[in-house]
Write a protein that binds this ligand. Structure first.
Ligand SMILES: [Zn+2]
Length: 283
């Protein structure tokens, strides 16, 4: 499931093909994904210049000349492919249409953007750009972890008095937008905090330390995604999925990487999701 760094990587991969470019034609091949598409979606996209492609949490927002924004959510299995990109380093031939190509944007610059999603948990919607922050998917989101409003004071206030495990608190999108299971596990490992520790009972010093750690974990992953965009593996034009080396996520029973630690990484299930951590390093 794509998390914030993957979505940011998709954004960076799409931006050269979309920003400033006109959508010449939009093929909408089915009525819905997770939810029905907005009425007249193809017509509302056709002829529109994309002024800006931005990201909020795990959502992409393409601001159109018309004053509307196209929201794109990759869901569980959504993939974006860019082909015929005249500005990219690789020129990908347009692929043959595939079964789950639900929406295809034909850009006037020759690029083609394909949204493919076999499981259809993804979503697309249109809204007035000026009202985007009030959209039902965006309205309750907390601050962006890489933005200025996510800081020590915000995190301390959000965790104060909470009896929930820190893992659950950091996954709460109202506290921080866009953090998912993988990067919460990694951040707690670097912060040496046990995932089951009660959020309200972590010292102010350790909470404060989490802020730069969360930024660092995400920034490193975004950098890895950026490398993948320049990498030969992306030569098929698929954006956003890249190899990344995690310290704890997916490493159950593997040796802890903290110098001097002889323990192995353990996995517990919290709220139905796996948490990976080192019992010696994380308290
Ligand atoms: Zn350890």
């Amino acid at each position: 499931m794509p998390e914030l760094p993957e979505v940011e990587t998709v954004r960076r991969g799409l931006a050269p093909a979309m920003e400033g470019a006109v959508i010449e034609r939009a093929d909408v091949n089915r009525p819905d994904l997770r939810w029905p598409f907005p009425a007249g979606m193809a017509e509302r996209l056709t002829g529109q210049r994309v002024d800006r492609l931005r990201r909020r949490s795990k959502y992409l927002l393409a601001d159109l000349q018309s004053g509307e924004s196209l929201l794109i959510h990759l869901g569980m299995s959504g993939r974006m492919l860019v082909s015929g990109d005249p500005l990219g380093r690789f020129v990908h031939e347009h692929p043959a249409p595939e079964k789950h190509d639900h929406v295809v944007l034909h850009m006037a610059n020759g690029a083609r953007i394909t949204f493919n999603d076999p499981r259809r948990f993804g979503a697309m919607d249109l809204m007035r750009t000026a009202e985007a922050e009030r959209h039902k998917l965006l309205a309750l989101l907390g601050p962006e972890p890489l933005g200025n409003t996510f800081n020590e004071a915000h995190l301390a206030a959000a965790l104060k008095g909470r009896n929930t495990p820190i893992k659950a608190a950091l996954l709460d999108q109202r506290i921080i937008a866009g953090l998912g299971n993988i990067y919460v596990c990694e951040a707690l490992y670097r912060g040496r905090i046990h995932p089951a520790r009660k959020a309200g009972r972590i010292s102010a010093r350790r909470v404060a330390a989490l802020v730069p750690i969360i930024r660092e974990v995400l920034s490193e992953a975004i950098d890895a995604g950026g490398s993948s965009l320049r990498d030969f593996r992306q030569a098929d034009g698929e954006l956003g999925y890249f190899q990344h080396n995690f310290d704890v996520y997916g490493r159950e029973n593997a040796p802890c990487r903290t110098p001097g630690c002889t323990d192995v990484i353990r996995r517990i299930v919290q709220s139905g999701r796996s948490s990976f951590y080192c019992p010696t390093c994380q308290r």
